[in-house]
Design a protein. Structure first.
Length: 432
């Protein structure tokens, strides 16, 4: 048996065991269903294994040379290429992606821009109290899931943090309180016990709740007379007392806040709320953890920040990074692009129809290991290895801790890693 980090989600569980003969993986222990699906992708029906180009409206298998030649043609004819995705690639591949963007005067963004990147942007101005998984396991007595259905999106997270004792306690679940703030009764509500608090906030009222909490945190003993954001006064009181009374609390900020609310103020005021609580606390500490979905969304932020000083939305021109307020969304909305390179993601399925339609109207180069709506309409497809199983590399867990991924199998014949593919494109463009 061999221990291997799972790349099924941003928890990057490093306690999964597999049995392999070097050709197949025949035993998997410790992974959740989502993690097992990641391993199932090795032999899935939708696996991409051959380069393809579109001819007369149809995708046809071709050699790598022919596919790379077509990519060169597209990129040579393009003056405003977009590069997008990279959150299921290793940091090494992300670095190559940024190198390619610089070379072709492109705009590069990762999935993080519609997720936790928003919070990191705000944190540049306000600061942010973050924590790590280890600290949560060992010290936390209050866990708040805010707009996050952790039970389904990060399936083993609650097992690890809610039912563990931690290093410094003889007690476990019995002293831990979980509070879930969500307009929808998600699967995560299933873990709740008598001491826990389920708060069904009205949809889109997070900012209202945060503002009242900020006010109330500054007062002694007074609580609002009326319900707040759909939460009655008794529930509100329990929330507030837990927030200001926890020894070590963590707020998991999920997609419900990060993704659906375009207004940065929600995140800004949440960060301020945490600062107010920490200023008021004499012994305790409140921290945040940002829950992204894809396993290396944080990696892109780290790589981009370390080499450009900016964590995402990088616009290059003449080999230089230039100032821009654009994101992948505004670029597509404004039609400010003429081709796109999509790596390991499926924007055609995930973006609103108007954006997908715009993207579909320009040539698409798709680098991925699975078929998707994006690969279905792409002009060129390059099949990639599954990172974390068929190639190694570095990835960053949701709490910004680096985890080294392992290669345990070779990719199918003729299939390359994201890093190698991006490098081949760079080299192809160098050949005149
Ligand atoms: S929780 Fe995430 S990383 Fe852990 S086994 Fe499941 S899919 Fe893999």
């Amino acid at each position: 048996m061999e221990r291997i980090p799972c790349t099924g989600c941003s928890l990057l569980c490093d306690d999964v065991l597999i049995g392999t003969d070097g050709i197949f993986i025949d035993k998997i222990y410790g992974a959740c269903l989502k993690g097992k699906e990641r391993f199932d992708q090795l032999a899935a029906k939708n696996r991409l294994t051959s380069p393809m180009i579109r001819k007369n409206g149809k995708l046809e298998n071709v050699s790598w040379d022919v596919a790379l030649e077509r990519i060169k043609q597209i990129l040579t004819d393009s003056s405003k290429p977009l590069l997008y995705g990279f959150s299921t690639s290793s940091c090494e591949a992300q670095l190559k992606g940024i190198t390619l963007a610089r070379k072709i005067s492109g705009f590069i963004d990762s999935n993080s821009i519609i997720c936790q990147g928003k919070a990191l942007n705000v944190a540049k101005e306000t600061g942010m109290t973050l924590t790590t998984l280890t600290e949560i396991i060992n010290k936390t007595d209050l866990i708040i899931l805010w707009g996050s259905n952790a039970a389904e999106s990060i399936p083993r997270l609650l097992n690890k943090i809610l039912f563990s004792r931690g290093k410094f306690r003889m007690t476990g679940r019995e002293i831990k309180t979980i509070i879930i703030i969500d307009p929808v009764k998600t699967a995560s509500f299933g873990v709740m016990q008598i001491r826990d608090v389920a708060l069904h906030i009205e949809h889109g009222k997070d900012l209202e709740l945060i503002r009242v909490l900020k006010e109330e945190c500054c007062k002694e003993g007074n609580f609002p007379e009326k319900e707040v954001a759909g939460i009655d006064k008794e529930e509100f009181k329990r929330l507030l007392l837990n927030l200001v009374g926890a020894e070590n609390g963590v707020i998991f900020v999920g997609q419900g806040i990060l993704r659906t609310q375009s207004d940065d103020n929600v995140i800004r005021e949440l960060l301020e709320l945490v600062q107010i609580i920490n200023a008021r606390q004499e012994k305790g500490r409140m921290s945040l953890a940002l829950l992204g979905g894809h396993y290396n969304m944080v990696g892109f932020e780290q790589v981009a920040l370390s080499i450009t000083g900016k964590n995402h939305s990088l616009q290059f021109s003449d080999n230089k990074l230039i100032e821009t307020k654009d994101t992948i969304i505004t670029k597509i909305e404004k039609d400010d692009f003429d081709s796109s390179i999509i790596v390991g993601t499926d924007p055609i399925s995930h973006f609103p129809f108007s954006l997908s339609k715009n993207m579909a109207s320009k040539p698409i180069i798709c680098i991925d290991n699975r078929k998707s709506a994006t690969s279905d309409i792409a002009d060129v497809i390059l099949p990639s290895a599954i990172t974390g199983i068929e190639c190694d590399g570095l990835a960053y867990r949701f709490d910004h801790v680096p985890i080294q991924l392992k290669k345990v199998l070779n990719p199918p014949s003729g299939v390359s890693t994201d890093e190698e593919i991006l490098n081949q494109i760079i080299q192809k463009l160098d050949v005149s």
